[in-house]
Design a protein around this ligand. Structure first.
Ligand code: KMH
Ligand code: ZN
Length: 283
């Protein structure tokens, strides 16, 4: 039997990553950084076809924060306003201490990102030492939070084999990954790199999505759909719709992803279908 990761799902999971930690609000006013803006974004993106939200939050000065109270408030507010699967970033910003990144799970999200290794990140280093990866993974198992394994590099795919071999399957038994491509320091955002990454995935992987940073967004989205994968879109990764055309709202990127999925004859899945795919359980 073919590995699940090579069989196209009849529907497409769209994850929206609306904010990230890298773009400054004063450089890009349309970036949703307040709780109100993020909830409004979540509502409109769900209507446009998103089923999961990957959230980074900001403080009162719009700076990235992992403040536990704000994280919990954001999870509650998005749950109240939408049915989206709520995924919190445990990557935070490159400046966040590892201890604070572990505490993200205290906010009780449905899902958390879990990056599979250290990577150069522009001029910075995004630190994910092996003991930290293992500790965060085991914590996600204990807390019944479904991880999304973030793969910035082929070495991260090898690390995923090692993690599953060492610590077993995630909570819920499904293994969902996201290829984050085109970060300066990680794998390029090309169809060739995606094909190599998918070919190297562990057999246990049940679903995967991909996102391309900046101008690699479209080539990666086309390649992901062609390979039967899912999509992550949003202003964390992409701030323009075309050369010289800035994104004015995350829903534009979700709508575009939904159109591509429709064209690929794999229309978007609902949040309920995403919960089934990821086995997040009900909270
Ligand atoms: N902001 C990056 C340093 C994640 O959300 O888990 C890390 C990141 C990955 O965005
Ligand atoms: Zn992120």
């Amino acid at each position: 039997m073919a590995a699940m990761s090579t069989v196209a799902h009849p529907k497409t999971l769209i994850t929206v990553a609306p904010t990230g930690a890298e773009t400054a609000k004063d450089a890009f006013a349309a970036l949703p950084t307040t709780l109100e803006e993020q909830v409004e974004t979540a509502v409109r993106c769900e209507a446009a076809g998103a089923a999961m939200i990957h959230l980074h939050i900001r403080d009162a000065e719009h700076r990235p924060t992992l403040d536990p109270g704000r994280l919990a408030e954001s999870v509650a507010a998005v749950r109240e306003a939408t049915s989206l699967v709520v995924q919190l970033s445990t990557g935070g910003s490159v400046h966040d201490p590892l201890e604070d990144r572990l505490k993200v799970l205290d906010a009780d999200p449905d899902s958390c990102s879990l990056t599979m290794g250290t990577t150069n990140f522009g001029d910075d280093v995004f630190l994910n030492p092996w003991p930290f990866v293992c500790e965060l993974y085991q914590l996600s198992q204990e807390r019944a939070v479904v991880p999304e394994f973030e793969l910035f590099d082929l070495g991260h795919v090898a690390a995923l084999h090692r993690l599953l071999d060492t610590h077993g399957l995630p909570f819920g038994g499904r293994v969902h990954c996201d290829f984050v491509m085109g970060v300066p320091g990680g794998m390029p955002g090309t169809a060739d790199a995606l094909v190599a990454g998918v070919a190297a995935l562990p057999e246990a992987v049940t679903s995967w999505s991909a996102t391309g940073i900046g101008r690699t967004a479209l080539p990666v989205a086309f390649a992901a759909l062609a390979k039967g994968g899912h999509l992550r879109v949003g202003m964390e990764d992409t701030l323009t719709l075309a050369r010289g055309v800035p994104v004015s709202h995350n829903e534009e990127l979700v709508e575009r992803g939904a159109r591509l999925a429709e064209l690929a004859q794999r229309p978007v899945m609902t949040p309920g279908e995403a919960r089934d795919l990821l086995q997040t359980g009900s909270r």
